[in-house]
Design a binder for this molecule. Sequence first.
Ligand SMILES: NC(=O)c1ccc[n+]([C@@H]2O[C@H](COP(=O)([O-])OP(=O)(O)OC[C@H]3O[C@@H](n4cnc5c(N)ncnc54)[C@H](O)[C@@H]3O)[C@@H](O)[C@H]2O)c1
Ligand SMILES: *[C@@H]1O[C@H](CO)[C@@H](O)[C@H](O)[C@H]1NC(C)=O
Length: 292
Amino acid sequence: MKSTYLDDNIPSTPGKFKMEKSNYYHRLRWHYPYLAKVTFWSFVFFGLIFVFLFNSSTISTDLSHKSLKIKSWGGPGWEKRVKSSTKIRSETGYSVIVTGAAGFIGSHVSTALKRRGDGVVGLDNFNDYYDPTLKRARQVLLEKRGIFIVEGDINDTVLLNKLFEVVHFTHVMHLAAQAGVRYAMQNPKSYIHSNIAGFVNVLEVCKNANPQPAIVWASSSSVYGLNTKVPFSEKDRTDQPASLYAATKKAGEEIAHTYNHIYGLSLTGLRFFTVYGPWGRPDMAYFFTTSV
Ligand SMILES: NC(=O)c1ccc[n+]([C@@H]2O[C@H](COP(=O)([O-])OP(=O)(O)OC[C@H]3O[C@@H](n4cnc5c(N)ncnc54)[C@H](O)[C@@H]3O)[C@@H](O)[C@H]2O)c1
Ligand SMILES: *[C@@H]1O[C@H](CO)[C@@H](O)[C@H](O)[C@H]1NC(C)=O
């Protein structure tokens, strides 16, 4: 990774420059020893400055990266909480990581799994797509039931690797996503970040885990797009998405297929239709429509 970065950033220019200069230097060496020395040492000087600048910029980004992470997760106390949250209490229980656990569906699923004796830990970035105080309230509820929600992003490889190092998850319930159809006009990148990059990150970590966990994840009925045939069937065409949200969910289905095909990952996608109930999402139509 680092070497390609270097390859990309130190292109042929300095090398070529050096070669030309070294011919120059050889010529000069015979006739003008003083000039040659000055040229040589100025190269060493500028070279050192370049190396210093390059290193200091990578060091400073590394540090900010680290300090960001230390704030939200990590440390022995944190690991203890993760472990106790994922303690299995039933003979047939699983150890499950639920992404999007502070969300509407995620909080209910976490509770149901915990109730049946599975070990459950959540992961959520508590983003402000809708009022995060609702997510915090769900977190308090889950905490009372012994479920710890790790605060972090599904696109964070280091965090996911750490979680899989602390706990050998048998299952991943992947519900974290950028939901909503209209919001894509305001913030299209958030859909790519969570539904594509974040999903691939989850799959990559699962692929590398030993043993590989089984993954159940939320796609969406929106993949049926402009298709109007009812009742819906899994066999219906899904190649006419009508929103960026739908397009990223459809991409997720294709990506999931690839990871199953190449790495044998066990993946089950669920195409939820409008899900509603207590602790529901304030951005959904049933919240502000009086007659549905
Ligand atoms: N509610 C529905 O009717 C419905 C319908 C179809 C599909 N779905 C899908 O079901 C899943 C759950 O939906 P929901 O209604 O509970 O939505 P939700 O928004 O309440 O829950 C999603 C949770 O994921 C978290 N999250 C988002 N991006 C994240 C990231 N990058 N890293 C970590 N956490 C992140 C959010 O903070 C949120 O708490 C989603 O994948 C959604 O697309 C829901
Ligand atoms: C996801 O994380 C990687 C680093 O692991 C980063 O390079 C990339 O930009 C992130 N993607 C998005 C869309 O946020």
